[in-house]
Each structure stands twice: as structure tokens, then as C-alpha cells.
Design a binder for this molecule. Structure first.
Ligand code: PRP
Length: 211
């Protein structure tokens, strides 16, 4: 039986590589994981894979440009998009942390003033609001660790995987804000019209990923 086409938005980078590696083991012939192509759309069997910037994946899915997506829970929380997020995948594991200079004594106190550099303004704000602190947020697009080193901000809210960037830039973790892993997210209309196809994709992925 001919299966309906499913458009899948996947975070470019570590998650795309890992997921495509698992897909090829599940009988979806592809060499995306290996190739250094600049193409952004790949057709594999009944899947159309869209290689998206991580933070854009939930938007593609919410607005129906993709039927489903595979993206880190950091981007799902940050964008707060209206999508289903039924399945966690044990890939893309990392942590969202509050970090500052190794030499700095930082104790969070209600009502204090603090300037935070981050790519994740919503997550940062919500974390500080729980501590009854209204932070000044300096939105950054990358190399966030530079902010405390240059005096642009006192601390950062950012992801860490291996810990190398924090260590090599003489920073330290003050608090872990959330544990992160990749999740499958699904557009609310596609969930009804493509339920079987999406389930087939996720179950074959889960079978290959679970150890
Ligand atoms: C991410 C993150 C940290 C780094 C952490 O940046 O923002 O800078 O990875 O990884 P580590 O704990 O394994 O060292 P990314 O590589 O996505 O680049 P960016 O700085 O341009 O955002």
C-alpha cells in the first residue's frame, strides 16, 4: 500500500545526524548523516525531511509547513508553540544551566538586579521569576559564553552537553534549569490525517534508538 507523504522538520546539527543514522538502520535508505550537502530538503521513501534551525522547528510544525518535527525540548519550551508533543527520544541529551564566571560569587536573592545573556529569553525569565527576580535579558544568537567574559552580562542561561565550552572559558554552573532531550512534536491537524504514517515513523525510530 502506498503510504501518504509525511513532512518532518528536524533540528539541523546533532539531532539531524543522529536521527538520520537511526532512520537508515530502520530501512529508510539515506546518507544525510554522512554527507556535507547544503540541501535543506531530502526525500526518503514517504518522508520529506526539512533540515531546520532548531528554534524554528516548532513553528514549522505549528503552522503546518511540516506534519511533525524532531527537536530538543529546550526549543519546544522556548517557543511555546501549539503542537502535540507525545514522544520523548533518548537523543540530543543536554542541560539548560545558569552559569557565571568561575571567580564570581553569585547567590540568587528575591528582588535582586541581574543581567543575563541568553538565546532562551522565555526559559531564562521563567526561571528567575520562580526566584522572584525580574532579570534584565540580553538576547544573544550564539557564543553566549562570551557575555560574562566581556561584562556584557553577569551570567548566562544556555545549554551544555559535554561541559567543554563552560570549562574552557573559565565559567561554572550555578544551577541546572532543565534536563533536555529530543522529542517528536506533531501538528494538530496532521495528527488526525496522518496518524498511522507518523506512528510508523516514531515506532521504527524508537525501536532503533532504544538500547
Ligand atoms: C551550544 C551552546 C554552548 C555549547 C555547549 O552552542 O550554546 O555554547 O553548544 O556545548 P558543550 O557543553 O558540549 O561544550 P553551539 O555549538 O550550538 O553554538 P553557538 O554558540 O553558535 O550557539
Amino acid at each position: 500500500m502506498e503510504r501518504k507523504r509525511v513532512k518532518v522538520a528536524i533540528s539541523k546539527g546533532r539531532i539531524l545526524k543522529e536521527v538520520c543514522g537511526h532512520l537508515s538502520k530502520s530501512g529508510y535508505p539515506n546518507n544525510i548523516a554522512k554527507s556535507a550537502t547544503r540541501e535543506l530538503i531530502f526525500n526518503i521513501k514517504n518522508l520529506q525531511i526539512l533540515a531546520c534551525k532548531p528554534i524554528d522547528v516548532p513553528k514549522y510544525v505549528e503552522l503546518g509547513a511540516a506534519d511533525c518535527g524532531i527537536v530538543g525540548s529546550d526549543c519546544i519550551t522556548e517557543t511555546n508553540c501549539d503542537v502535540y508533543e507525545p514522544i520523548s527520544l533518548p537523543v540530543g541529551k543536554c542541560k539548560m544551566v545558569l552559569a557565571t564566571l568561575k571567580t564570581k560569587r553569585l547567590i540568587l536573592k528575591p528582588g535582586m538586579n541581574i543581567k543575563i545573556g541568553t538565546k532562551y529569553p522565555r526559559i531564562a525569565k521563567n526561571f528567575f521569576l520562580k526566584h522572584k527576580i525580574n532579570p534584565e535579558i540580553v538576547y544573544l544568537n550564539g557564543s553566549v559564553e562570551l557575555a560574562p567574559l566581556t561584562g556584557l552580562a553577569e551570567a548566562i542561561v544556555d545549554i551544555t552537553e559535554t561541559g567543554s565550552t563552560i570549562k574552557e572559558n573559565n565559567l561554572k554552573i550555578i544551577d541546572i534549569i532543565m534536563e533536555i532531550n529530543a522529542k517528536v512534536i506533531i501538528n494538530k491537524t496532521s495528527y488526525r490525517t496522518l496518524k498511522d504514517e507518523i506512528e510508523l515513523l516514531t515506532s521504527s525510530l524508537l525501536k532503533k534508538i532504544k538500547i
